[in-house]
Design a protein around this ligand. Structure first.
Ligand code: FES
Ligand code: FES
Length: 164
């Protein structure tokens, strides 16, 4: 009897492509059209290939696609909510990208960090983002953009608490 294979959901839709043997999640996502997933080092070092698997930021170059059967995979293309909108605007305001090659992976890591609700200062952001390598920006714009959104979240929390 054949066992039924659970499909991978990519950005909210069934992926439509089955993983090939020994295929990385990065390669599967790109074959399925998620071209924001940028393989760079392909050794788990740079973070350019970051995606969310069931809400957790992972290196898709080191993740076997088959291990994601039944999981929900979200790439930059699939992030469309209030938090990702705020983060996009903050990246633009603070010039947090130049060539953009690292940006999807940086963005996904930043999104996971901000969604965690952790208290953030500059040191905490730099520590959390240390797994993302950017050859262009010098990082300050990225850090400023994340802190900007963290401050917006904090102000929103204060207003909500005051209105209860
Ligand atoms: S390409 Fe995956 S960590 Fe660099
Ligand atoms: S913006 Fe060019 S590598 Fe980061």
């Amino acid at each position: 009897m054949e066992t039924e294979v659970a499909v991978i959901h990519l950005n909210g839709e069934p992926c439509g492509l089955g993983p090939e043997d020994r295929e990385s999640l990065a390669d599967l996502a790109r074959r399925a059209g998620a071209k924001s997933v940028h393989p760079a080092c392909e050794h788990g070092v740079c973070g350019a290939c970051n995606v969310l698997v069931d809400g957790v930021c992972v290196r898709s170059c080191l993740t076997m696609a088959r291990s994601c059967e039944g999981a929900s995979v979200v790439t930059l293309e699939g992030l469309h909510d209030a938090l990702s909108d705020s983060l996009r605007q903050a990246f633009s305001r603070h010039h947090a990208l130049q060539c953009g090659y690292c940006t999807p992976g940086v963005f996904v890591a930043a999104y996971e960090l901000l969604e965690s609700g952790a208290a953030l200062d500059e040191a905490a952001v730099r520590n959390a983002m240390a797994g993302n390598i950017c050859r262009c920006t010098g990082y300050q714009g990225i850090v400023d953009a994340i802190l900007d959104v963290a401050q917006q979240q904090e102000q929103h929390r204060i207003v909500e608490e005051a209105s209860v």
